[in-house]
Design a protein around this ligand. Structure first.
Ligand code: FRU
Length: 625
């Protein structure tokens, strides 16, 4: 699956030219070497192969002949490139350069593609606009002899109108790099979570979405809802670019008392504030970045932009990312806004429409996507502190009197992973629940050949606890992960010697691991998860999980909680004292787990490994409160 952004339309489309449909019982005119491709296209299931689907007609090319061991090549006669694209169906192994289909011009590989470790064939397209008129060949090669050492190919065609990759709902959300319990857009790019708000039994997740491509652009608010922050249903896009700009990040609240006057009908109004990024679409040429509002009286299903937008005119630079909160004590709305450089501001309003600047504040090393919210210290109502976070999740702790936020010295860090960005907490979670739940964009992940790009973090609960260093945020995955738990494998009071691996029998791609470990005289203890280490270095007091966090032993022990999805590892140390939210790319077939101790004997005080089911293929189950 590829982005076809730039296929320029010709005045008159060139008709399709079929290169091969592999319907005959020989390779007619193609040159075969080796054994992998057999004697011709095949029409019967091959022995020992998983079912193959998605080819057209009766026959297709398959380089698996009872085994992955076969090697060889299959080369087309020379042809002239006539069209903007070459499209074909491909399935089988993902071994770039080894077992693949190549486009050769002057005997050099100019394009290449592989399967996706999936027997099903799907459309793939090469953009050949720049090659029209050139002589070319197509060559399939199969050098890989290990697992998935084969490809399936069918229906190679030169075309100006490439087939849209098949995304039947049966296959959607099952792709090999599709996160199974993290939110992704069904299709195309996403970045920041926006408008995180709970209303009438639904968590809303709006998100920076490019409806048109797997790359960033055309910023639009995508929209999804969930009863439990785990099982999501994507709805139509909520806010689309207009003459003030494309729709950059922002937030949403329930205007319970209809202070805005936007409410009518039976539902309470939801009000969103977003940045109109002036100048980022042709319609807004010459406009600055401003803050605008929109409202919905039908549970977020449809939105009306405020006629007198912007609500906050341009202040500085590319000021953006307004985060709203209701301040009950002074009965007004507050918005935290990013200004420019490392500068942020707070504004106040009685009605979400008219805003007065309250304060400007700096956060060295930080920018974008502020959030501002109170937390009870140590869970008790006796003491409340205010937290100001920036996009990277770093935060200030302080006090707020409704006008001025007075921060304690020092910018703090809660998450030390390689991918924790644009964090935002949920608004309007019922008081009886009382949680402060944060979700972020897991930036920079790689999703080869997927119809979507980028993902959200798993929602985490934030708590403020007294530590020797002062009050600090603790971050832990929300308990709703349990709705996806399978039957755990569990151990208690187990001695762990170097070279031993009690998890050797487990396999899978999604896990929730909970462990309490006493390193004893081991120098390192930890896990190897699908090839990736999560390791505690005892002498250094450091926890490494695609990032490094300081972590002390408590009574000679550490606790670890680890969420493993297809492209992410989120590790939480000592009850959330440190978190490491990280993206990684592993081979889909690498499904091994290991727990290890090196340099001495450790004790596993307790260890539970829960397989995690797909949120896309399970129903939300009633939560035990
Ligand atoms: C953060 C950010 C925001 C902006 C949005 C645009 O990732 O750069 O500051 O509003 O993304 O998509």
């Amino acid at each position: 699956v590829v982005a076809l952004s730039a296929l320029s339309a010709r005045a008159v489309a060139e008709p399709d030219h079929l290169i091969a449909d592999f319907e005959g019982d020989t390779f007619a005119g193609w040159t075969v070497t080796g054994t992998a491709f057999g004697k011709g296209p095949i029409d019967v299931p091959l022995p020992l192969q998983q079912p193959v689907a998605g080819f057209e007609g009766a026959r297709y090319v398959n380089s698996y002949h009872g085994t992955d061991k076969g090697q060889g090549t299959l080369t087309s006669p020379e042809f002239t490139i006539t069209n903007n694209a070459i499209s074909f169906l491909i399935g089988g192994g993902a071994h770039p350069g080894q077992t693949c289909i190549n486009l050769l011009v002057n005997n050099k590989v100019v394009e290449s593609a592989t399967g996706d470790n999936d027997e099903r064939l799907a459309w793939y397209t090469w953009d050949t606009k720049a090659l029209v008129g050139k002589k070319a060949k197509i060559q399939m090669i199969d050098k890989e002899t290990g697992q998935w050492g084969h490809i399936n190919v069918d229906q190679i065609v030169q075309t100006d109108a490439p087939p849209v990759p098949a995304l039947s709902t049966a296959l959607l959300y099952q792709e090999s790099y599709r996160p199974q319990f993290h939110f992704t857009a069904a299709k195309n790019w996403l970045n920041d979570p926006n408008g995180c708000v709970f209303y009438d039994g639904e968590y809303h997740l709006f998100f920076q979405h490019n409806p048109e491509s797997v790359n960033w652009g055309n910023m639009t608010w995508g929209h999804a809802v969930s009863p439990d922050l785990v099982h999501w249903t994507q709805l139509p896009d909520a806010l689309k670019p207009d003459k003030l700009g494309t729709m950059f990040s922002g937030s949403a609240v329930v205007d319970a008392d209809n202070t805005s006057g936007f409410g009518h009908g039976n539902e309470k109004p939801l009000v969103a504030m977003y940045t109109a990024a002036g100048g980022t679409n042709p319609a807004s040429k010459g406009q600055p970045f401003t803050q605008c509002i929109a409202f919905s009286n039908d549970k977020g299903r449809t939105w009306t932009k405020y006629a007198a937008n912007p609500a906050i005119p341009h202040i500085a630079g590319e000021n953006r990312d307004p985060k709203l909160i209701w301040h009950e004590a002074t009965r007004k709305w507050i918005v935290a806004l990013y200004l420019d450089g490392d500068q942020f501001a707070l504004f106040g309003s009685p009605d979400l429409k008219k805003w007065t600047k309250l304060q400007q504040l700096g956060m060295p090393g930080c920018s974008e996507c502020p959030d501002f919210f109170p937390l009870h210290l140590d869970g008790g109502a006796a003491k409340t502190k205010w937290i100001f976070t920036a996009a990277n999740g770093h935060y200030l702790v302080g006090d707020f009197d409704g006008t001025i936020f007075t921060a304690e010295p020092g910018v703090q860090q809660a998450d030390f992973g390689n991918s924790n960005y644009a964090v935002q907490t949920y608004s309007d979670i019922p008081a009886a629940d009382g949680r402060r739940i944060q979700i972020g964009w897991m930036r920079d992940g790689k999703y080869p050949r997927m119809p979507f790009n980028q993902q959200m973090s798993f929602p985490a609960e934030l708590q403020l606890k007294t530590t020797a260093d002062g009050p600090r945020l603790f971050k832990q995955p929300i308990k709703e992960i349990e709705t996806l738990h399978g039957k755990p494998s569990e151990w208690t009071d187990l001695k762990l010697n170097p070279g031993e691996n009690p998890l050797a029998g487990l396999k899978g791609d999604c896990f929730h691991i909970k462990a309490e470990i006493e390193p004893g005289n081991a120098t390192t203890v930890g896990f190897k998860i699908r090839g990736q280490q999560v390791v505690y270095r005892v002498a250094d007091r450091k926890l490494e999980s695609l990032g490094t966090a300081p972590l002390d032993l408590q009574n000679g022990r550490i606790t670890l909680e680890i969420l493993v999805d297809r492209t992410t590892i989120e590790t939480f140390g000592n009850g959330g004292r440190v978190a490491l939210s990280s993206v990684y790319l592993t081979k889909p077939e690498d499904q091994q787990l290991e727990v290890f101790a090196d340099g001495g004997t450790a004790k596993i005080v307790s260890l539970s490994v829960f397989p995690v089911q797909s949120a896309w293929r399970s129903e939300p189950s009633a939560l035990q409160k």
